[in-house]
Design a protein around this ligand. Sequence first.
Ligand code: ADP
Length: 451
Amino acid sequence: MFKRVLIANRGEIALRVIRACRELGVETVAVYSEADRGASYLELADFSICIGSARSSDSYLKVDRIISACEIGGVDAVHPGYGFLSENAHFADVCRSCNYEFIGPTAEAMSLLGDKNSARTIASNAGVACVPGSDGLIKSESDAVRFADKVGFPVLIKASAGGGGRGMRVANDKEQLATAINQAVQEAQNAFGNGAIYLEKYIELPRHVEVQVIADNFGNIVHLWERDCSMQRRHQKLIEESPAPNLTEETRKQMCAAAVKLVKAASYTNAGTVEFLVDADEKFYFIEMNARIQVEHPVTEVITGIDLIKTQIKVAAGEKLPFEQTDIKQKGHAIECRINAEDPDHNFRPCPGKIEKLIIPGGFGVRFDSYVFAGYTVSPAYDSMVGKLIVCQPTRDEAINSMRRCLRELVIEGIKTSTPLQQRILESPEFKTGKVDTHFIERKFMKKEEK
Ligand code: ADP
């Protein structure tokens, strides 16, 4: 096992990794930007090192500073968390070449799967169904027209390097195609420095269902079942749950098997998530793989009883997976609400500021993963998520009731949060019956001009 791990991240996930390491008897080095100086979780790490100013590009994204912190901190491994450098193959490579094990997949597997277009190729070669679309990247407008004619409008132009919903544009007809291409290329170039795009059939009213996987360095691969993440606004998840409602046992099993097939084909190791879209006929299509731990991993942890962060660390340290596929059962029903510092009544605008009062819910099957406290000032410099509320109950109905009760108990004064909207979603008859899709929130809860 490692002696000391550096956490190349901040906030909730930094604290989550510190906790896992403490339980494993592994020391931790936390890094922080000047904006995060004084954050309480830093005191729970064994050491902490300032790596720069508030701007991520001057701190959490600065590979050389993080590597220096590894050297100063005397660590033997790095946990990247999610976001920031977590899917940066160059960073994984630099860590390993400096003899700091990167807790995640190999740089090769990450590059292969991190690029959405190449991930599509690997998936289809492995016999995993992808959304019908272009065979590879789009090189010209006439290329795009040809593929769009083949699959039929509407189509989605996607950035190969895309993430966080950026670089994606819908085109309903030939006239919109040229504009959509230009916009997607421009946005992808600005956000990722890579304007490569491809085309997919736009699936109408799909559900987003993803499969958690983890693999060790000895060829053992398991899935930890699925999560439904259809509750999104602007392609960003707000509520996640497991098991996915209204999915036949047959589809669930086929999807999980497909995820394992893809992981095997890419020789992928450590934790990852294979994302699918499910259409109205329950046909599922691979969309992308996230080569890292995800925000919503606790949903899977509470229904399988498996600590994913500890397992990630063990696998990276060269241990075999401590369980087999048949050991992994879905027990009960879990729901997670991402608690964001934002105003759902005003176009989800971020609401950073000082938390004046904080009361955290508890009780049977309740987990609150957060780094904030009363008196903490949420910085405008980073993602607006301040915590994750997770409940687990024997049935879905009970989980919904428990989440509603917890959202009522949760008090965060001083800033606006996403909770009033989440309360309304949980109360809606559509959510209760699980008859939802990725556009549900926009359709039901957002004003036209906000969509
Ligand atoms: P990102 O990496 O930017 O988050 P994804 O490929 O994971 O992009 O897609 C994010 C979301 O966009 C999906 O959950 C879904 O809501 C929507 N989406 C992606 N591809 C399609 C498609 N072909 N048809 C319809 N919706 C899609």
